[in-house]
Ligand binder design. Structure first.
Ligand code: PHB
Ligand code: FE
Length: 328
């Protein structure tokens, strides 16, 4: 995705709590000490500031991700890769029936700039939306400073593989990535690789568990290896996935350590479909017609495996690709 340039963000004067209001299309957003208020022509929504900012952080950092990012049961975005739907109640059966739902499509850069400005203005110095609850201060209260250092983080994206020459570097104490408090038992030794002269740029290996044990964020898949459209996106998880993800393709999960409980619902209506408990070593695929949210009681390691092919959403829409990886 291109960087955002030359886009006008519609924001107003700061309110009595110090926060600016923002609008895009017919949606209006404001925040007070505790809550975010959203209005659109046919309805209104109120949600707590902390979960809102944690969801907004992911939507911004992931460039609207694959498919749909539900902030909660009402509000969310759907990525069309170049333009983005912003919706309220669109995938909520009750809102649809009551005709309270609303959806508008925006150019990627316009909504990205608006969300980025809102995230910056509404995040106080004490709060890191990427951090686990026990590793950050509060999101609440009147405006006090900012945490732009934290909210401008983007996901790590290797070109080929972490640790290769000219690719993403390995994490070390010196580079500011100490081993997380939950992973002091993870072996930090590196493999010895003896490369035949001439192949230094092609042969490499590293201790992947050691790399992940040094992740300073939660629920933020990085890309550690790229092989054509196959992306390995490991992440460390603690507490609750801040978004409810409605994928536009099948994705795979391998639980590398500890445990995550997944709630799986119907993509369009939110009707519950399954509860999946994944323990270390378990592998599961998430179908393309669901939305899901994970709960990690202790910080855990998860490998998310994505097929990044831009052809897949249309193939699924045309019925040429299945919403499940295997039919038994
Ligand atoms: C997902 O929606 O599949 C997802 C998102 C973020 C994570 C893990 C999984 O950290
Ligand atoms: Fe997902």
């Amino acid at each position: 995705m291109t960087d955002v340039t030359d886009v006008t963000v519609l924001s107003g004067e700061a309110n009595e709590h110090g926060y600016k209001p923002f609008s895009i299309g017919e949606f209006n957003f404001s925040r007070d000490e505790h809550f975010v208020h959203v209005t659109w022509p046919s309805g209104t929504h109120v949600t707590a500031a902390e979960p809102f900012l944690k969801a907004l952080m992911r939507d911004v950092a992931w460039n609207f991700f694959y498919g749909t990012v539900n902030f909660d049961a009402v509000l969310g975005t759907t990525n069309h890769y170049g333009n983005v739907d912003l919706f309220a109640g669109r995938f909520n059966e009750a809102y649809r029936k009551a005709e309270l739902d609303h959806m508008e499509n925006f150019p990627h850069d316009e909504i990205k700039a608006t969300f980025t400005a809102m995230l910056s203005d509404w995040t106080n110095a004490t709060f890191d939306p990427f951090a686990a609850p026990m590793e950050t201060g509060s999101a609440y209260g009147a405006k006090s400073g900012n945490n732009d250092a934290a909210v401008t983080r983007t996901r790590v994206t290797a070109k080929r593989m972490v640790g290769m020459p000219d690719d993403e570097p390995l994490r070390t104490d010196e580079s500011g990535y100490p081993v997380n408090r939950a992973f002091h038992d993870v072996d930090q030794s590196q493999p010895v690789v003896e490369v035949e002269p001439g192949y230094e740029n092609e042969v490499s290996a590293y201790n992947f568990f050691a790399y992940l044990s040094r992740s300073d964020v939660t629920w933020n898949p990085s890309v550690v290896s790229v092989c054509k459209d196959s992306l390995y996106c490991p992440t460390t998880e603690e507490f609750i996935l801040p978004i409810i993800h409605g994928n536009d393709r099948v994705e795979w999960f391998i639980q590398l350590s500890d445990e995550i409980i997944w709630e799986v619902e119907d993509l369009k209506t939110g009707t519950p479909r399954a509860k999946v408990v994944m323990k270390a070593g378990d592998c599961a695929s998430m179908p393309a017609d669901i939305r899901h949210r994970g709960y990690s009681p202790k910080r855990s390691m998860l490998l998310v495996w994505e097929n990044n092919s831009p052809a897949i959403p249309d193939m699924i829409a045309r019925g040429e690709a299945s919403v499940v990886p295997v039919k038994f």
